[in-house]
Design a protein around this ligand. Structure first.
Ligand code: CO
Length: 251
């Protein structure tokens, strides 16, 4: 039985919706803690097979995070599938900076290693990540505006991922070994960078969010698709009970 306690507190503020997950057990087995490699957890496990891997790290639903009203939207919130607009010239400025900083706060509080703007209800092409997942390793923080992939390896690799918008599950996803990326910094300056391995995986996962694609769309095996189905059904049922439709975009 999946032990997965959720309580939802709604404050007077329309924009302020909090979820708290009081317990968390992997859907695979109560004895296995969820592998949160993908966009959660800073410890990665190299895994050549498609079997579930036990990982110590698991995502945390932090509820209300100090210093921000942003909350992580869960599947199947429609904003996760909505189109994400390019950030236009006039939008570069203090508000964009504040939003990016707040996204990092939410990401760290959730023990994630990446977060895309649509996941906090902002349908813009903005993403943040820190492959270390450690706020003390702030030099690893990346904030990207309007990223695009300008090159990618033919070679690819399958590894387990998870996502803050899909608590309680994970799955194997094939990603390019490396990608070359062009993006804008918060100051509007364009830059290019090449990511490999884990960083490339984190980037590709977040980049997908900007195209409304989620890792469940890319699960590598039928076994994985079957395994996550009951968790997805549960998330859908929870969403129907409380669809968070009154959330306001922060940007
Ligand atoms: Co994600």
């Amino acid at each position: 039985m999946l032990a997965f306690g959720i309580s939802v507190a709604r404050t007077a503020s329309r924009a302020c919706v909090a979820h708290t997950s009081s317990s968390f057990v992997s859907p695979a087995a109560a004895t296995q803690r969820t592998l949160i490699v993908g966009l959660l957890g800073r410890r990665r496990v190299r895994r050549p097979t498609t079997r579930m891997v036990v990982e110590e790290q698991e995502e945390v639903d932090p509820g209300v995070v100090a210093g921000t009203d942003l909350r992580v939207l869960r599947y199947p919130h429609p904003k996760l599938r909505a189109e994400n607009a390019e950030v236009v010239k006039e939008e570069f400025g203090d508000d964009l900076k504040r939003t990016a900083r707040e996204m990092l706060k939410v990401m760290y509080a959730s023990k994630g290693v990446g977060l895309a703007a649509p996941q906090v209800g902002i349908n813009k092409r903005l993403m943040v990540f820190n492959p270390d997942g450690d706020s003390k390793a702030w030099l690893q923080e990346v904030i990207m505006v309007n990223p695009s992939i300008i090159g990618r390896s033919k070679a690819s690799e399958v590894e387990m991922e998870a996502c803050l918008s899909f608590p309680g599950m994970g799955g194997n996803v094939r990603r390019h070994d490396w990608v070359k990326v062009e993006a804008y910094r918060l100051n509007g300056k364009k830059f290019k960078v090449k990511y490999e391995g884990w960083q490339a995986r984190v980037f590709q996962h977040e980049f997908d969010h900007l195209d409304g694609i989620m890792y469940i769309d890319r699960l590598d095996t039928e076994e994985d698709r079957t395994r996550v189905r009951p968790v997805l059904d549960k998330l859908i049922a929870e969403y129907r009970k409380d669809p968070f439709e009154d959330r306001e975009a922060a940007l």
